[in-house]
Design a protein around this ligand. Sequence first.
Ligand code: FES
Length: 571
Amino acid sequence: MEKSKLRSTNWFGRKGKDGFIYRAWMKNQGIPADMFEGKPVIGICNTWSELTPCNAHFRDLAESVKKGVLESGGFPVEFPVMSLGETLIKPTAMLYRNLVSMDVEESIRANPIDGVVLLCGCDKTTPSLVMGACSVDIPTLVISGGPMLKGHWKGKDIGTSDVWRFDVAHKLGQISNEEFIEAEACMARTQGHCAVMGTASTMAVMVEALGLSLPNNASIPAADARRKVLSQLSGRRIVDMVKEELTLSKILTRKAFENAIMINAAIGGSTNFVIHLLAIAGRIGVDLNIDDFDEFSQRIPLLVNIQPSGENYMEDLYYSGGLPALIKEMKSIIHNDALTVNGKTMGENCARAEVYDRNIISTMQEPFKPESGIVVVKGNLAPNGAVIKPSAASPSLLKHTGKAVVFENIEDYQARIDDPNLAIDANSIMVLKNVGPKGYPGMAEVGNMALPKKLLVQGVTDMVRISDGRMSGTGFGTVVLHVSPEAAAGGNIGLVQNGDLINLDAHNRTLHLEVSDSELASRKKAWKQSEKMHSRGYVHLYQTHVEQAHLGADMDFLKGGSGSMVSRDSH
Ligand code: FES
């Protein structure tokens, strides 16, 4: 790219008072004048925060990126954006995904940045940054923070999916309070994001599958020195991407999205993948809909043996050959010609990869489970669709009819779930309303409701659960999620009553409430909005504009992009 074409020239290449101001206030950081002379300016968009423990090591990664940028003749500038720590942010990090995407979009466009590196880790930090960058569409490269090393407790490997098991064991008195607390430090023992195929790992796989990162980004552990090497190499590469004008939209084609869906199926990725990929597609202008997830997942079995669908951890995937080795196994079905950030195709990147452990990455012919991916079910209970992850469900419950036990909202569930008088048995279907995008608001990760204690003591380990909310990627069970339209938007899930029969048939993609149309119409007439609609601030903006889950839960006015041009450029 010619120097004059760099965006940053509109700032640092200016003559007169404006140029003076743009340069002078950078020089107060001790930056020599030649840094502004036609060098690609690389923004490093950092979600470092001590309130986002999964991303707390990102200052180190940013330093490695800077080294690489300088080595390639670029000028690195690090900038912060709002960071979403899944564990601490209330009411749910998802409420703020779209807000962060706005922060990222406006920060990139408003500043003298020619290319950007996105430092992503904890769940929502990845989609929010990618969404924001898509709406600007300059050369962009993603680096994930990497997974934690697996935990060890009482001679066993442990990870985030064990939290659900520990909770049940603790409730049943099988482990003591002291043991429960001891396990905390044994599980989260290194830097990095959750070590299983939860949402953060799924997002890291997603960006590599989309071609937005260098190979092996998804699985190098956060604590492994090679994560820093990858960051430095990424810093070198983004400078070349600017020179090649390799923008996001050249990589994020329909083929890239189809690859991501197929690879997500093979890894048993989180259901949150659906909602985030739809939102990213909406920003970059690729036509993708919820049915594509079912269509492109259908032929893909589970090829990776990692929790919660399998038994192992993300570091095991790296030691077994990493994502390139898995993608090579899938070469007969994926789009090998999809372009990636290093300028090579997906097929070229994976050509030399090898599988070192068949207990972690299987062949297509002998998979770990025959059914994987995301199944989209539809019916009068979810006219626009709902999703279920068969690899994390009980096969015997994928076709099931049961009587509804209804919880009006999460507080109602919490108040009554362990009531000894609750009329519920192992065949019941638990229905949780008002945890969708508008209703909660922010679509909480509460869909895998813990089972009632009185059934747990009987040895019941799974039941069908249905909600308009989401589930943590580390969760498991026969859980139908993302019901659309949600209860708070007038969806039929809001009309379900205790004792109604519900029929789930994941094999035939149906979810039916066995209540007549006339009865549903009369219930709808009597329906009243029960959830609080906020009248001020960001939450008001969100509730007014958020779209339903089957569209990606982005805000209607954020779809698409506005490019990288600044509307007015005089002080
Ligand atoms: Fe951050 Fe799991 S809590 S990735």
